[in-house]
Design a protein around this ligand. Structure first.
Ligand code: TYM
Length: 327
C-alpha cells in the first residue's frame, strides 16, 4: 500500500525554540518513517513581516540545519526552501481568487500579529493563510503535522480545497491536521497563559535551540512557577504543568513518573534537573548542527526542491487547465 503523504513548514524568522521542536520537528522526525514526507523552510511566509535580508538568508540555512540535526533524514524526506519552487506563489494567487476577506479576517494568528490598527499592516500578512493553503494543496498532502496554533489555517485550507473542487471538479486532496496532544502547545516560561513564541519581546519567554547551558540554567531558574511547593500536574498550576510537559517530552518519561520522582522534593531540585534534561538534548544537538556546513545544507535543500517541484508543476497545470487557462 502506498504511504500517505505529509507536508509541513517552518518559518526562518526569530529564534527557533523548544516549542517549535517539541510541537513540530520532533514529530516530523518520528513520522518520516511512516509517511512520505515533505518539509519546507517557508521564506515567503517569513517576509510577511519585515526581515533583514542578510538575516533572512542566514536563518533559512540555520532552520534547515536545525531540522537535519534533529533527525530529518534527506534520504527519507524531502526538505527544501519554499521560494525555490515558484509554483507556491502562483497557486497562492489562484487561491486568493476563491478565498474570502471575511475568512482571512477571522484568523487568530493574523489578529494577534496585526493588532488593533490592522488597516496599516501589509497585505502579505493578511494573505498568509492562502500561501499556507497553496503549500499544502500543491502536493496532494493527506496529513499536516503542526502545533495547535496552526490548526485554524489548515481548516481554512480544507474550506478552500472543497470550494475549488466543487466549482471546478475534483482537484485537491482534503488534508487533515495532525496535532499530537503532547507538545501541541508549549507555553511561555515567563507567562504560561500564552504560547512560547519566537517573536516574544523577552528572551525569558523561550529557550532557543541555540541557547547554551548558561542561558538554559538562567531561563529555567527564572521561569515563573505557581504557588505551593509540590510538583503536581494540574490545570490549576499552569506554569508547573508546562514545565512538567517539557520535562516529560525531553526525558521520555511520563507525567506520573515525574510526579513520583519529585514527591517531597520541591521546585529547586525539579528545576535543576529540568535544566539538565534540556541541555542533555541541546548539547549533542548543537554539536550536530555545527558539523553541518552551509554548502552541504544548501545542496540538500536544492536536491529537495528538484525532487518535489515536478509534483507541484503537475498539480498547478491541472488547476490551470480546470480553470480555463490556455496552456
Ligand atoms: P511556525 O514557523 O510559526 O512554527 C513551526 C511549527 O512549530 C509549531 N509551534 C509550536 N508548537 C507547540 N508549542 C509552541 N509554543 C509552538 N510554537 C510554534 C507550529 O504549530 C508549527 O507547526 N504557518 C506555519 C508554517 C507553515 C506551514 C505550512 C505549516 C507554512 N506553510 C504548511 C504546515 C503546513 C508557521 O508559521 O509555523
Amino acid at each position: 500500500m502506498a504511504k500517505k503523504r505529509i507536508f509541513s513548514g517552518i518559518q526562518p524568522s526569530g529564534n527557533l525554540h523548544i516549542g517549535n521542536y517539541l510541537g513540530a520537528i520532533k514529530n516530523w522526525v518520528t513520522l518520516q518513517d511512516e509517511y512520505e514526507s515533505i518539509f519546507c523552510v517557508v521564506d515567503l511566509h517569513a517576509i510577511t513581516v519585515p526581515q533583514n535580508p542578510e538575516e533572512l538568508s542566514r536563518k533559512t540555512i540555520e532552520i534547515a540545519k536545525i531540522c537535519l540535526a534533529a533527525g530529518i533524514d534527506p534520504e527519507k524526506s524531502a526538505i527544501f526552501i519554499q521560494s525555490h519552487v515558484p509554483e507556491h506563489a502562483e497557486l497562492t494567487w489562484i487561491l486568493n481568487t476563491i478565498a474570502k476577506i471575511s475568512e482571512l479576517e477571522r484568523m487568530t494568528q493574523f489578529k494577534d500579529k496585526a493588532g488593533k490598527n490592522w488597516e496599516g499592516v501589509g497585505v502579505g500578512l493578511f494573505d498568509y493563510p492562502a500561501l499556507m493553503a497553496a503549500d499544502i494543496l500543491l502536493y496532494d498532502t493527506q496529513v499536516v503535522p503542526v502545533g495547535e496554533d496552526q490548526v485554524q489555517h489548515i481548516e481554512l485550507t480544507r474550506t478552500l480545497a472543497k470550494r475549488f473542487n466543487s466549482k471546478f471538479g475534483e482537484t485537491f486532496v482534503i488534508p487533515e491536521p495532525y496535532v499530537r496532544k503532547e507538545g501541541m502547545r508549549i507555553m511561555g516560561l515567563d507567562d504560561p497563559g500564552k504560547k512560547m513564541s519566537k517573536s516574544a519581546s523577552s528572551e525569558y519567554n523561550y529557550i532557543s535551540l541555540t541557547d547554551d547551558e548558561n542561558a538554559v540554567n538562567r531561563k529555567i531558574k527564572k521561569a515563573v512557577t505557581d504557588s505551593g511547593s509540590e510538583i503536581i500536574y494540574s490545570d490549576s498550576k499552569p506554569a508547573l504543568k508546562n514545565l512538567i510537559n517539557i520535562y516529560s517530552l525531553f526525558a521520555n518519561k511520563s507525567v506520573k513518573e515525574i510526579e513520583k520522582i519529585y514527591v517531597n522534593k520541591g521546585y529547586a531540585k525539579f528545576k535543576n534537573d529540568l535544566a539538565k534534561v534540556i541541555t542533555g538534548f541541546l548539547v549533542p544537538f548543537q554539536r550536530k548542527m555545527a558539523d553541518l556546513s552551509d554548502k552541504v545544507v544548501l545542496g540538500i535543500l536544492k536536491k529537495g526542491a528538484e525532487k518535489v517541484r515536478p509534483l507541484a508543476q503537475k498539480k498547478l497545470q491541472e488547476v490551470k487547465k480546470k480553470m480555463g487557462f490556455v496552456l
